[in-house]
Design a protein around this ligand. Structure first.
Ligand code: ZN
Length: 872
């Protein structure tokens, strides 16, 4: 056997594997090659992944007259005009009148240019009222607005419609360029192109411009449960945003309708999607929601959810403006959505959607270059067979090693098991070291240091993870003494054991039903290909030739995995600035960075042992980590907030709170500012603002129902968003709130009492209701949803009914029936909190002061609020 001759040590000790001690058989290269090797891969990420991640097409301009194409320039101008209206809160004049008129004018313009021989265009303005349970509260809405346009081909008789949705309202603090004006402008341009191009489509397309998403997805609920066209809508394309100015991502499909991903594949010009995003989003790990869920849940239709997500720092702030959006971004989204809408509007599946409910799919794009999708079933088979084939090939390789080195198979397997243990240690270290960094930084009050300087992540988490990945194998390799097995085989076995580890993980996670395991399979399959090549070519026996094949095949999974993880780091970093103070947000970023490092470097990191002085690589990594940690903790580079681009978010309300006792007397009437800090550092970066005299609201939460404050967001109650109360002089809310008890009647059964109330309040009002449970009082009936009554939220939350009025300020009459076993109704039975919010009033001194003294301060929720607590 000629190969065997080559491998055995020559008598003069000059064979290719002459030194089996593992000390001197490194590639003949200078000591810094090991470090250069790691650096090369890092640079590859910046040279390939980053440019492709941010790549945008050139926006088409009107003069070019590209017939039938999405014109980015026109959409951009439309967006600019919409944004100039300012913040568009449901119920405000901006939203209900100005924005609606703007849209109707745009639509009228499109209708004037309609190809009337080909298409019909119908417009309907819907004012809708209803209620739905969202999270732990009941959302009641009155007269919120939808502008609905139906475009149909004249020679088609299809009764199945395609729904396309975006919302034109915004939060109070933002003009809403990215969220969601961008998608509204995109939809208008798509409507214009489709209405003026001689291109037939089978199914009518319903364009829903909805006027209330931000208050709790009210308008989409009103449309899908009540509009005359809702029953015909068989699938939905939902368009929303958690950021702006990047590429649009398809992050939810179905559920259980894999054909939708097929149409995306066929049509999307700039594909961008991953199953991992869908699984993370649907697991509730992202504190956000879209109308897509309303359509799926209440309309029982499948669809696709497409969103902008980069630059989430400005989401819901006053900096969410048109000037931070490149025109190429709207061209990218427009190209994608126009062709997807055209494709779906011709999809035969729309005639009978239920027949195509055939399970979930796995889908992803490769660096934006192409799109891959297959069924979950195929995915399972792929994962199982790739893991199986890999294990078999590793067995063959082990057998071959034993044959060539004249050692028993048992001996080689022993080594393999030993290396497997080392790799398990490496895996654990590479995951825990970044977590330790996250833990220590946070325990010194230094969370979010990477918030404005994302490149710090390299030294903070990626280098520690690499240390974990390389240290055990380096120590092992360096300490190899006279071993019968050639030392190069030890390195091969190290990679084999990594493949075994990943294969078993892939098998386990697949069996658990997680589709995103395709990422592991991605990593394994390219190792397996190089393994086949090395076995066929006997590269395994020629020094480090085999490593060349491993490295070249790892380029693809390396680029892909780092790309996928980068998507999540871009998406999650801004969210960490508003995810509350209860837990350390760095943990998630550390886990992401560690997973990315482990999966992209798993087959590469051990290869530093090919070069001389691999311990030098580990030392370099330690040094880079150390310097970065110093910069992050002790210099301005690591300070978390930057004006305009990376602002801190603080919400505040001007509150007057009045406590009415059982006998109607007032026990408390005070005014103050209520701050809710949204980040882990809370008020500490809030420098320049005098908070003397303020108290934490946490102490109030123990004493009063819902903390005795107008906490209309339940996240504030659990102290996830820490609150502070700063007393100030009495304020007079612009719209006073009045609660009247109209009647109190004991019913015939003597165990139930009925209260009737009349409430006069501003357009946004919360009712908190809590019966005295100690006396076994229960609410047996009321004016509101019976489903919600029977499913009360868990303590410390009380019943919470959030009421939004789209057109005018309400007078609400409602009834409550309370039951009590002993029938004694002459004592306190329940607490009723009324929290009412008016739109911001201008010129408040303190907000001006904040803006000048605290430039990092982004979100000013300028609600003048009134809170009344009553006992009946
Ligand atoms: Zn939105």
């Amino acid at each position: 056997m000629s190969d065997k001759d080559k491998l055995l040590p020559n008598e003069d000790g000059k064979g290719p594997l002459r030194d089996i001690s593992g000390k001197n058989n490194s590639v003949n290269a200078p000591w810094y090659f090991g470090t250069g090797f790691i650096l090369f891969w890092m640079l590859l990420f910046f040279a390939v992944v980053i440019p492709l991640f941010y790549r945008l097409p050139l926006a088409l301009i009107v003069e070019d007259g590209n017939d039938g194409e999405f014109i980015g320039e026109r959409a951009y101008n439309t967006l600019n005009n919409l944004v100039n209206i300012g913040p568009k809160v449901p119920g405000s004049n901006n939203n209900e009148v100005d924005a609606a008129l703007f849209l109707l004018n745009e639509i009228a313009d499109i209708r004037n240019n309609l190809l009337e021989e080909y298409f019909t265009l119908e417009i309907d303005v819907q004012r809708t009222s209803g209620a739905h349970i969202y999270s732990n509260l009941l959302e009641v809405y009155q007269e919120v607005q939808n502008i609905v346009v139906k475009l149909s081909s004249k020679n088609s008789t299809s009764e199945s419609y395609l729904l396309v949705n975006s919302h034109f309202d915004s939060v109070l603090t933002s003009p809403g360029a990215g969220d969601d004006g961008f998608m509204v402008a995109t939809m208008l341009e798509i409507l214009r192109v489709m209405a003026t191009t001689k291109q037939h489509f089978e199914h009518p397309v319903v364009f829903l411009f909805n006027g209330d998403e931000e208050m709790g997805m009210q308008a989409s609920h009103g449309f899908i449960t009540q509009h005359k066209w809702a029953g015909n809508c068989k699938a939905v394309v939902n368009l929303d945003a958690g950021g702006s100015g990047g590429r649009d991502i398809l992050f939810q499909t179905g559920p259980s309708h894999p054909w939708l991903a097929n149409y995306y594949k066929k049509s999307a010009k700039h594909p961008f999607a991953t199953t991992l995003a869908e699984e993370i989003f649907q697991a509730g790990l992202i504190p956000s929601d879209t109308d897509y869920r309303i359509f799926v849940q209440h309309g029982n239709i499948p669809g696709v959810d497409i969103s902008q997500f980069t630059n989430g720092f400005i989401y819901h702030t006053k900096y969410d403006r048109t000037d931070v959006i490149p025109r190429g971004s709207i061209q990218n989204t427009g190209d994608n959505v126009l062709s997807l809408v055209r494709a779906l509007a011709n999809a035969p599946e729309l005639y009978n959607v239920q027949a195509y409910e055939t399970g979930n799919s796995i889908f992803f794009d490769f660096l934006g270059l192409f799109f891959v999708n297959y069924s979950e079933e195929t995915g399972k088979n792929l994962n199982y067979s790739i893991a199986g084939v890999t294990l078999i090939l590793i067995f063959i390789s082990v057998w071959r090693m034993s044959a060539i080195s004249c050692l028993s198979c048992c001996h080689v397997v022993q080594r393999l098991i030993f290396l497997l243990i080392i790799q398990i240690i490496a895996l654990s270290l590479s995951l825990t070291l970044p977590l330790l960094v996250a833990y220590f930084f946070d325990s010194f009050g230094l969370s979010l240091t990477y918030f404005s300087s994302p490149y710090l992540l390299i030294g903070l988490y990626i280098c520690p993870s690499l240390i974990g990945l390389t240290l055990p194998i380096t120590i092992y390799y360096q300490s190899l003494q006279q071993n019968k097995l050639p030392s190069i085989y030890h390195l091969q076995l190290a990679l084999h054991s990594w493949a075994i580890l990943l294969s078993f993980l892939a098998l386990g996670i697949t069996a658990y039903g997680i589709r995103s395991v395709y990422i592991l399979t991605f990593s394994i399959v390219f190792y397996t290909i190089s393994l086949v090549i090395n076995l066929l070519t006997t590269f395994h026996d020629r020094g480090y030739s085999w490593a060349g094949s491993v490295m070249s095949f790892q380029v693809i999974p390396y680029l892909y995995i780092s790309y996928v993880i980068y998507i999540f780091i871009v998406a999650m970093t801004p969210i960490n600035g508003r995810s509350g103070s209860a837990s350390n947000p760095d943990t998630m970023i550390a886990v992401l960075a560690a997973l990315g490092t482990v999966l992209s470097f798993g087959f590469l990191a051990p290869l530093i042992n090919m070069f001389r002085r691999p311990s030098f690589v580990v030392l370099t990594l330690v040094l880079v980590s150390g310097i970065t940690m110093y910069l992050a903790s002790s210099t301005q580079i690591g300070f978390p907030y930057r004006p305009k681009t990376n602002s801190e978010r603080v919400m505040y309300q001007h509150v007057r709170r009045i406590f009415y006792e059982y006998d109607g007397t007032i026990s408390k009437d005070e005014s103050g500012y209520l701050f809710n800090f949204q980040d882990r550092r809370e008020e500490r970066p809030f420098v320049g603002v005098n908070l003397t005299g303020s108290v934490r609201t946490r102490s109030e939460c123990e004493k009063h129902m819902m903390c005795g404050m107008p906490l209309f967001d339940e996240r504030w109650v659990h102290n996830r968003l820490e609150g502070m109360w700063l007393p100030r002089e009495t304020i007079e809310p612009p719209f006073p709130t009045k609660l009247e008890l109209l009647s109190k009647t004991v019913l015939e059964n003597k165990r139930t009492v009925r209260f009737e109330f009349r409430l006069t309040a501003p357009q946004y009002v919360s009712l908190f209701i809590e019966p005295y449970k100690d006396d076994f009082v229960t609410i047996s009936n009321w004016t509101f949803s019976q489903t919600y009554l029977k499913n009360p939220p868990a303590y410390p939350l009380s019943y919470h009914i959030y009421i939004t009025y789209g057109s005018h300020s309400p007078t609400i009459e409602f009834m409550l029936e309370l039951s009590k076993p002993n029938g004694d109704f002459k004592v306190p039975l329940f607490q009723l909190g009324v929290s009412a919010h008016s739109l911001g009033h201008k010129g408040d001194v303190i907000s001006e002061k904040f803006a000048t003294t605290f430039p990092y301060y982004a979100v000013v929720v300028h609600w003048p609020s009134e809170y009344q607590r009553h006992i009946f």
